[in-house]
Design a protein around this ligand. Structure first.
Ligand code: KIV
Ligand code: ZN
Length: 534
């Protein structure tokens, strides 16, 4: 490795861009990511994530598993129709029904792909599929052939590929390519492999499979041993040229290889990793925030690239080094992943001017009235909270944007909590300009608040999720609450932020309720409730 000081802003490549080998970035946030317990997204949220991924520059968006549910099918179809640049893939098991449904869902994509898979390891074939290897081989041929009759671009995956016997893996891969598969994925389904072994599998396949040159090989790594990114890079060294990954590394169990980590490893170590890709790294932080927000999966503070501490330096020695030359402790710039340098420290003495500058720095463009509203809320927060972090301001503005155009507002809330009970909430809502108040009891203060809302604005929505997340550390941190309500098989998520968790909870519930109402009303706005009485 060269010891010379490089310009980390441009991450100087070792070879000219034209000599670099292009790798395909296949994002599966909406499929493998969404499959992780608790990470499900609503239809609208999936569209928002798909739009962001397309703008980010990924090559393939795996939009879902169309046979899994009507909702998945609709989401994949809608994404297929709207995505402008990327290929849109759907997942299908090795069955005719799955493949046909998947073909139907991706049909309208500019670049449709069917991704079909079957287990090939002895363990999976014996216990999960209860099939002989010869039967599995037949399934590979017939299902890839079927998929290829529907679309040109077919990916075949050998589920549990890293625990598959090599001879059998070679036979399956050869057969899949012969039947028309254009991409061959060897997933480390259970996150078991290690880099040397994974690299060797791809080398072995390239050496032993006679038609290997006709397909692109793909890596798909799970993070059960924390090796997903390392294994991904090893797969490239072995000859793979497609990377399957997810934003924030979400996915089954310990997750998948994190897109932002893979992309930044390739960019930062371009001197030894001679590959190019189409991702705009300056959008990585935005992508991370969006996915964390819609899934309500917080990003761990020390998460590589997008964690809030990823570019924070606290120790005196580090700060001293940073002031002398940022490269002493920073291997990539915050700007290269879309993080603006923290230049302004905000607090209760900050004025409107500094606040406006901070909003600009954080990427918000608000009208004068919205800035004024946000400034008032910021001042109120600064009176209650010692340190105001960028995240606090973002939560505050996101909360405000999420509530603009609102028909229901939380006007006032008083809560009685504690051991004596009953926990009671007295809530005043502004509904279409009318103030209404209700006192309600509940099984805890949050329940009491939600009961008061239900009494003031009756609805059938069922509470599916209630999640609290502290935006920053400390007991005076802002709480960010997510509430998911379901009605007629569809769900919506509302968010609210405030230093008072109870106020944030009321705001989040009301935001979700607004979305439910908006969804119901296709025509002219109807009265929210027939029972606007205290
Ligand atoms: O991990 C896995 O094996 C998968 C396949 C369906 C590709 O997600
Ligand atoms: Zn997977």
């Amino acid at each position: 490795m060269s010891a010379e000081i490089i310009d980390i802003n441009s991450a100087q490549p070792a070879a000219p861009a034209s000599d670099k080998q292009r790798v395909i970035i296949f994002d599966t946030t909406l499929r493998d990511g969404e499959q992780s317990p608790g990470a499900s997204m609503t239809f609208e949220e999936k569209l928002e994530v798909a739009d962001m991924l397309d703008e980010l520059g990924v090559d393939v968006i795996e939009a879902g598993f169309p046979i899994a549910s009507e909702g998945d099918f609709e989401a994949v179809s809608a994404i297929a129709r709207r995505v402008k640049n990327a290929s849109v893939a759907g997942l299908a098991r090795a069955s005719a029904k799955d493949i046909d449904r998947c073909g139907e869902a991706v049909r309208h994509a500019r670049k449709p792909r069917i991704h079909t898979f079957v287990s090939t390891s002895p363990l999976h074939m014996k216990y999960k599929l209860q099939k002989e290897p010869s039967e599995v081989l037949e399934m590979v041929i017939s299902q890839v052939t079927r998929a290829r009759n529907l679309v040109e671009d077919v990916e075949w995956s050998a589920e549990d590929g890293t625990r598959t016997e090599h001879d059998f893996l070679c036979r399956c891969v050869e057969a899949a390519i012969k039947a028309g598969a254009t991409t061959i994925n060897i997933p480390d389904t259970v996150g078991y492999t290690v880099p040397e072994e994974y690299e060797a599998i791809f080398r072995m396949l390239h050496e032993r499979v006679p038609n290997a040159g006709k397909a692109i090989f793909s890596v798909h790594c799970h993070n059960d041993l924390g090796l997903a990114v390392a294994n991904t890079l090893a797969g490239l060294a072995g000859g793979a040229r497609q990377i399957e990954c997810t934003v924030n590394g979400i996915g089954e169990r310990a997750g998948n290889a994190a897109l932002e980590e893979v992309v930044m490893a390739l960019r930062t170590r371009a001197d030894v990793l001679n590959y190019s890709n189409g991702v705009d790294s300056t959008m990585l932080m935005r992508a991370s925030r969006l996915v964390a927000g819609v899934t309500s999966f917080p990003v761990q503070y020390n998460k590589a690239i997008v964690g809030r501490n990823a570019f924070a330096h606290e120790s005196g020695i580090h700060q001293d080094g940073m002031l002398k030359n940022a490269q002493t402790y920073e291997i990539m710039t915050p700007e290269s992943v879309g993080v603006s340098k923290t230049s302004l420290v905000m607090g209760k003495h900050s004025g409107r001017h500094a606040f406006k500058e901070k909003l600009k720095e954080l990427g918000y463009t608000l009208g004068d009235n919205a800035v004024e509203d946000a400034f008032k809320r910021f001042k109120d927060l600064a009176d209650r909270k010692k340190i105001i972090y960028d995240e606090d301001i973002e939560a505050l503005v996101d909360d405000q944007i999420g509530h603009s155009g609102e028909r229901i507002k939380v006007e006032a809330l008083t809560v009685i909590a504690g051991t004596m009970g009953p926990q009671t909430a007295t809530l005043t809502l502004d509904i279409d300009g009318q103030h209404v108040t209700k006192q309600a009891v509940g099984n805890g203060p949050v329940d009491a608040i939600f009961n008061a809302i239900k009494a003031l604005a009756p609805h059938e929505g069922k509470l599916e999720l209630y999640k609290v997340h502290a935006v920053t550390e400390g007991t005076d941190a802002q709480a960010e609450v997510s509430v998911r309500l379901a009605e007629d098989g569809r769900s919506v998520t509302g968010r609210g932020a405030d230093p008072d968790t109870m106020v944030a909870s009321a705001r989040a519930y009301v935001a979700a309720l607004e979305k439910l109402i908006a969804r119901r009303q296709k025509g002219a706005p109807a009265p929210i409730t027939a029972r606007l009485k205290p």
